[in-house]
Design a binder for this molecule. Structure first.
Ligand SMILES: *Cc1c(COP(=O)(O)O)cnc(C)c1O
Length: 421
């Protein structure tokens, strides 16, 4: 698409066009059909496999987006107006926004330092405190696999089971990540996957929900197709949504599934190379799995910068208002009047981002915690400072299938060049 080294850009296997052609030839250019069914089967096989154990029997429903999958999982967990949902604060907004679509309130949970994901201790503290304050149990728990890194799912499930609160795993960034040999998204009641253009695999745009059984999958499918009752005419007894995946997009997904294992292996290889090349650079630390059970797909590779590290051009950081939204939301601009906010990455992180940008390398700050977002200023939050301090020192580095070994060496060299010795 261009010569810049991008964070994570989709890579086609070549098979996609065959599946799409089949859809056209058989006139299945609609939001259902053989590609959707075929992609669902491929996904089920992929998420159900387990190291050294019988495969699971989860069902998968393909949807128009990962955000839609979060939304429908919340509905299936019975979330409605006035309810509360516990959600990891350190995440992309799609983990929490659908809670507000339902008139419910997100309650944000901070992270622990090892995986950067939901802190189980804070989770339990929040459950007790919400029950004490509101007299009601929160309706669901949403941990997030940030950049593909698994959360402490064994501890989170133990707490969730004890309080009988369903877990919706946001594995949108963690497709191909395992905890102890089992796929993320298969531990909780529901698991969210995303196939947006920059995720581990893509359908151009799309998502899926991993469901516990065929009945639950049927319910999700029903909500995703406008909740039509079984009559010869349109009879509606509940509010539904138009969230089904199109047969064309699913064709892309089937093609992607033929190379998914290679993609994941490549992301892990790139991570290992960064670790090797940056190991001896003082002030830069690659984020790695806390222990071998955390089998990350390394969707994006991330590093933290010591706040004392001096980077060339720090005096220029945040001097200019940026035009256009971060993350390449194509053509979407929303003007801001100021170049800074009350919570942002340190000047050395922004200077490194600008230096890499000038060298033709895309990098990005970590997700800004939701409890620091103005739109959520009134939402309850259980905070230990971890996600805010990581946001100030962290940076995402390119990791996709297009990133070659030479690219990684060039990126590592560019980082070293940016540092003032
Ligand atoms: C991408 C993403 C989603 C949503 O996926 P879309 O397919 O873009 O709607 C949800 N949660 C997280 C953490 C994500 O990164």
């Amino acid at each position: 698409m261009n010569d810049r080294i991008l964070l994570c850009l989709a890579h086609m296997s070549g098979k996609e066009q065959e599946f799409i052609k089949e859809a056209f030839d058989s006139n299945w250019v609609v939001p259902m059909g053989p590609n959707v069914t075929g992609f669902e089967h491929d996904l089920e096989k992929f998420v159900n496999r387990r190291d050294g154990m019988e495969p699971l029997d989860k069902k998968v429903v393909c949807l128009s987006a990962g955000t839609a999958a979060v939304h429908l999982a919340l509905i299936a967990c019975g979330v409605g107006a006035g309810d509360e949902v516990l959600v990891q604060s350190f995440t992309f907004c799609a983990s929490s926004h659908p809670i507000t679509y339902l008139g419910a309130t997100p309650v944000f949970i901070d992270s622990e330092k090892d995986s950067w994901n939901m802190d189980p201790e804070l989770l339990e503290e929040a459950i007790r405190d919400r029950i004490a304050k509101t007299g009601k149990k929160p309706k669901a728990i949403i941990p997030v696999a940030l950049y593909g890194m698994p959360y402490q799912i064994d501890k989170i499930m133990e707490i969730a089971n004890r309080y009988e609160i369903p877990v919706i795993e946001d594995g949108a960034e963690g497709f191909g990540s395992n905890y102890n040999g089992q796929a993320l998204g298969t531990f909780g009641e529901y698991g969210v996957l995303s196939f947006n253009g920059n995720k581990m695999i893509t359908t151009s745009g799309g998502g899926a929900l991993i469901c516990p059984d065929a009945d639950k999958a049927r319910e999700i499918l029903w909500y995703a197709t406008q909740a039509r009752e079984s009559y010869p005419y349109y009879q509606h007894e509940a509010i539904g949504y138009n969230y089904r995946m199109s047969n064309i997009c699913a064709g892309i997904g089937r093609g992607q599934m033929t190379i998914v294992d290679e993609h994941i292996a490549h992301h892990r290889h790139v991570q290992a190379l960064y670790e090797e090349l940056l190991r001896d650079v003082p002030g830069i630390t690659m984020h790695t799995a806390p222990s071998p059970e955390f089998e990350s797909n390394y969707w994006l590779c991330t590093a933290t910068l010591d706040e004392k590290l001096k980077v060339k051009g720090e005096e220029l950081a945040y001097k200019q208002v940026i035009t256009g939204a971060v993350g390449g939301a194509a053509g979407v601009t929303h003007a801001t009047s100021s170049a800074t906010t009350d919570c942002q990455p340190n000047d050395n992180v922004e200077a490194l981002r600008m230096a890499l940008d000038a060298a033709g390398i895309e990098s990005r700050p970590l997700w800004k915690p939701m409890h620091k977002q103005p739109v959520y200023k009134d939402a309850p939050a259980y905070v230990n400072g971890v996600s805010e301090s990581l946001f100030k020192v962290g940076i995402c580095l390119p990791a996709g299938p297009w990133v070659t070994d030479d690219n990684v060496r060039y990126i590592a060299d560019s980082i070293k060049e940016g540092i003032v010795n």
